[in-house]
Design a protein around this ligand. Structure first.
Ligand SMILES: CC(C)(COP(=O)(O)OP(=O)(O)OC[C@H]1O[C@@H](n2cnc3c(N)ncnc32)[C@H](O)[C@@H]1OP(=O)(O)O)[C@@H](O)C(=O)NCCC(=O)NCCS
Length: 227
């Protein structure tokens, strides 16, 4: 009995491939879409309220060759980390986060985009790391609720670090809206370079999102790798 429980808890980390997209999107729709702290606070998604903008955000980097899944011994996807290469400074091509927010037809997702835009201008990464042009950015991380607190996110972040080194890129970025992904970043040796209380991130004098405790702070973490 004991052995069975132990083996049930084992998982492996593997690169994401094309055949995984459906299982990963299913996992995200019952995790990240509903319980990432910002999404949860504005009830971004429900079965009757889809969010094509978030579908696009998740899918856009999934097959860049830098994303990983955690799989249990039955072959089910129980965790995912979606990573992509991003510039340190947003390009001036009208597709910056602030412009995206202004154009966004979905008023809930629009709020999230405003938070991301304010984070971008608050973090000023291009001033902090002027010698770098690109980094690998963790865009989404999610673990199946039945598999949380067993080190899956830590393992996925560690694999991300290896893949980043292999690409010859020296910076990794993770923005954490969850106090638990922040813990994971700290465990893996990342440094916090920006933080703000959600209650202070406002538009027209009102907080854009108010995640519940312990998820009170919007943070950006960076790790510099030696390649
Ligand atoms: C955030 C999330 C991906 C973490 O996944 P996980 O596989 O449970 O994470 P891990 O088991 O690797 O734990 C990472 C760290 O967070 C801590 N942690 C995780 N869940 C915790 C909880 N409920 N309470 C306190 N600490 C917690 C762990 O102890 C660990 O820290 P440590 O290594 O110092 O002990 C998961 O909670 C999740 O899917 N949340 C919903 C989606 C989301 O918020 N995504 C992140 C957005 S930035």
């Amino acid at each position: 009995m004991m052995a069975e429980t132990e083996s049930d808890q084992t998982f492996t980390v593997q690169p994401v491939s094309e055949g995984d997209v459906e299982a990963i999107m299913d996992l995200l729709k019952r995790t990240f879409y509903v319980d990432e702290p910002m999404n949860e606070s504005i009830e971004l998604y429900s079965e009757t309220n889809s969010c094509p903008e978030l579908d696009e955000y998740c899918k856009s980097s999934l097959l860049e060759g830098l994303s990983y899944k955690a799989v249990n011994n039955k072959g089910n996807v129980i965790g995912v980390i979606i990573n992509g290469v991003s510039p340190l400074k947003e390009e001036n091509n009208g597709n910056d986060l602030e412009s995206q927010a202004k154009k966004c037809p979905n008023p809930k997702f629009q709020r999230i985009l405003h938070v991301l835009a304010l984070r971008e201008t608050g973090a000023k990464l291009w001033e902090k790391f002027p010698e770098e042009k690109h980094l690998v950015e963790v865009k989404v991380a999610a673990t199946d609720p039945d598999w949380r607190r067993r080190g899956i996110m830590n393992a996925l972040l560690q694999e991300t670090e290896k893949a980043t080194k292999q690409r010859g890129i020296t910076l990794i970025r993770i923005d954490t809206s969850s106090a638990y992904s922040a813990k994971s970043a700290e465990r893996m040796g990342f440094t916090c370079v920006y933080e703000a209380l959600y209650s202070d991130i406002k538009l027209d004098d009102k907080p854009l999102v108010l995640p519940k405790p312990p998820h009170l702070r919007d943070k950006v973490y960076i790790k510099r790798l030696s390649v």
